[in-house]
Design a protein around this ligand. Sequence first.
Ligand SMILES: Cc1cc2nc3c(=O)[nH]c(=O)nc-3n(C[C@H](O)[C@H](O)[C@H](O)COP(=O)(O)O)c2cc1C
Length: 171
Amino acid sequence: MEFKEVIRKRYSCKAYSDRQVEDDKLNAILEAGRLAPTAKNLQEQHVYVLQSEEALAKIDAATPCRYGAPTVLLVAFDSEDVFTYPGGKRDSGIEDAAIVATQLILAAADEGVDSCWLNNFDPDKLAEAFDLPENEEILMLLDLGYAAEGAAPLPNHFNRKPLEETVTWVR
Ligand SMILES: Cc1cc2nc3c(=O)[nH]c(=O)nc-3n(C[C@H](O)[C@H](O)[C@H](O)COP(=O)(O)O)c2cc1C
């Protein structure tokens, strides 16, 4: 798909059919995450592909927002392997993982796979349920699947501020 079309087609899907995402599509999506830039090229992300009934039940116990998606990606990062910027006040962990996650959602759209970025979850419940190592911090969950019949973007999706409100040119 043309890049501009991918950007335009992506929306947060909030109702999925039972149809599972094919492995070749999932691999293409994961590959886009693998190629994401990270500070100092640390690549501290860890993506979990959750598909078993048991895993999805654990997701449902931690968030109301799976919406029936048959695959959920959990994007975490190694909080002990981040780049601390000069000055020592900030580090790269969250933004590196967010870039990975962004490439995942755009690649999903490119593959014709619907998705929804989730931050409404209990990270402690997830860390315990999936036995994550202490050093892994969860950034987000990504619902993946195919929209249920009749599902469509929420009206909110079409409500974007004009550029004049969010961009300042200085020249
Ligand atoms: C950082 C972030 C967190 C989000 N968390 C949730 C969430 O927990 N549950 C949910 O249903 N949607 C969530 N969304 C989806 C947003 O509500 C959605 O992106 C926004 O309303 C714009 O709609 P669109 O993605 O269809 O363009 C999240 C999106 C982002 C970027």
